[in-house]
Write a protein that binds this ligand. Structure first.
Ligand SMILES: [Zn+2]
Length: 375
C-alpha cells in the first residue's frame, strides 16, 4: 500500500518567539519578503525591528492587498525578485499565510501565524481566490513550509474566539482521520506540486498521522477549557501551549496526512447559507463534526463527550449556533448536495454517503444539540 506523510521542516513555538525570526531568516540569507496585513505588521512592529537589528536582516515590506489571488501572487513574486529576497515570510491569518505559500512555491518559506484559528499553517496547500474574493482553486506545493514559527505571547493576546475556532477545526481531525483510515481513502499528503486537476497519485494515511490526530483530540479534551480561560486573561499557561500545539501542529499534520472526511465536507456545504458567513471556519467545522458523528452512528458516549467539550469552550452544536435559525427543505438539500459532490471528502467515509443520509444527519445533529443544551 502506498502511504505518505508531509510536514514542515521545522516547527518552533514559544513565548516571545518572534524575536528569533531574524535567526531563521539568516539561515536563508539576509533579506525577507514580509507578506502581512498592515494591521498585523503594526501589531508586531517592535519585535520585527528588534529581530532585524539583532540578526542584521532586512524585511522588504509588501503592501499586501489582503486577497490570495493569482494577480497578487504574481505582483509579490516580482517584488521578491526585484529586491533579491532570500526567503518569504507569511505573517498573520489565513490569507497572508496562503499568499506566502503561493509566492514561495515550496522554497525558503517561514510561516508566522498570529492567531491559532485553523490548522492551515503547516500544510503544503493554499486556497486561491479571485481578486473579488470568490473561490478560484486549490494549490499544492512540492514542500511544506521550511519553518513554522509560533509566538505564544502573541496568540495569548489575540481574541479568544480565534483560539476556540481553532479548537473547532482541530476537533474534527481525529474523527476524519479515523474515518479515512477505516475507508483506506486517500490523504492530501500524497498530492504532488501543482493544481488539483489531473491528479493521479493516491496515497493512504500512515499510523503516525492517526496517532497525531488521536493525541490532538486527547489534548483538546484535557486542556481546551483551561486554554480558553488563559487566552481570556491574555496569559500563556501550559494548557494554552498544549492547545496551540494541538490547533496548529497536531491538527495540521493530522488533517493533511490523516485525511479529511464528512465534517469538512459538511462545513463546505453549510457555507452556501448566508447566515453562516459571519462564523469562522472552525466554528462551522465543530458542528460538521457533530453531524459526522451522527452520520456514522458513533457511540452515544463519544457523541456526548464531544458535545460536552463544545459547550465547555463555546463551540457551536446546533444550526442556530452558526447563524441558521431557520432552514427550508430546499436549502437543506442544497447544503447536502454540495457536501456530496464527487470531489468532496465526504466520500472518504468508510461507507457510501448519500445526499439523503447527509440531510438526515444534519437534522438529527441539530435536534440532538438543541436537546443537549436544554439538558
Ligand atoms: Zn479545516
Amino acid at each position: 500500500m502506498r502511504k505518505a506523510l508531509i510536514c514542515p521542516t521545522k516547527y518552533v513555538q514559544g513565548e516571545n518567539e518572534l524575536l528569533n525570526l531574524g535567526y531563521f531568516i539568516k539561515t536563508f540569507g539576509t533579506s525577507a519578503l514580509l507578506i502581512a496585513h498592515a494591521d498585523d505588521v503594526r501589531r508586531v512592529k517592535p519585535q520585527i525591528d528588534a529581530t532585524a537589528k539583532q540578526y542584521g536582516v532586512k524585511f522588504v515590506e509588501s503592501a499586501f492587498g489582503g486577497e490570495c489571488s493569482r494577480q497578487e501572487v504574481a505582483r509579490l513574486q516580482a517584488l521578491a525578485s526585484e529586491n533579491k529576497c532570500d526567503c518569504t515570510i507569511g505573517l498573520g491569518g489565513g490569507k497572508a499565510i496562503d499568499t506566502a505559500k503561493c509566492v514561495a512555491e515550496g522554497e525558503a518559506l517561514i510561516i508566522v501565524p498570529t492567531i491559532a484559528a485553523t490548522d492551515a499553517p503547516t500544510s503544503h496547500s493554499a486556497v486561491l481566490y479571485t481578486p473579488d474574493g470568490a473561490f478560484d482553486d486549490y494549490a499544492y506545493f512540492k514542500q511544506s513550509p521550511s519553518v513554522v514559527l509560533i509566538d505564544t505571547t502573541i496568540i495569548a493576546n489575540a481574541p479568544t474566539r480565534f483560539l476556540v475556532s481553532g479548537m473547532g477545526d482541530a476537533l474534527s481531525t481525529y474523527f476524519e482521520a479515523r474515518a479515512t483510515s477505516k475507508a483506506y481513502a486517500n490523504v492530501n499528503a500524497g498530492l504532488p506540486a501543482g493544481y488539483r486537476e489531473g491528479f493521479t497519485d493516491p496515497a493512504k494515511s500512515t499510523n503516525a498521522a492517526l496517532a497525531l490526530a488521536t493525541l490532538c483530540y486527547e489534548t483538546l479534551l484535557a486542556d481546551g477549557y483551561k486554554a480558553k480561560v488563559a487566552c481570556d486573561g491574555n496569559v500563556v499557561t501550559q494548557a494554552l501551549e498544549n492547545i496551540i500545539e494541538a490547533n496548529i501542529l497536531l491538527s495540521g499534520l493530522g488533517f493533511e496526512s490523516g485525511g479529511l472526511a464528512a465534517a469538512h465536507a459538511i462545513h463546505d456545504g453549510l457555507t452556501i447559507l448566508e447566515g453562516t458567513h459571519k462564523y469562522f471556519h472552525g466554528e462551522k467545522v465543530a458542528f460538521g463534526t457533530v453531524v459526522q458523528l451522527v452520520l456514522e452512528n458513533a457511540p452515544s458516549e463519544e457523541l456526548e463527550t464531544v458535545l460536552d467539550f463544545c459547550i465547555s469552550v463555546g463551540l457551536p452544536i446546533t444550526l442556530a449556533d452558526i447563524g441558521v435559525d431557520q432552514i427550508s427543505e430546499e436549502e437543506l438539500r442544497a447544503v447536502a448536495e454540495k457536501a456530496c459532490i464527487p470531489e468532496e471528502s465526504v466520500h472518504s467515509m468508510p461507507f457510501d454517503v448519500t445526499v439523503d443520509a447527509v440531510i438526515a444527519a444534519i437534522v438529527a445533529a441539530d435536534k440532538i444539540g438543541s436537546a443537549y443544551k436544554v439538558g
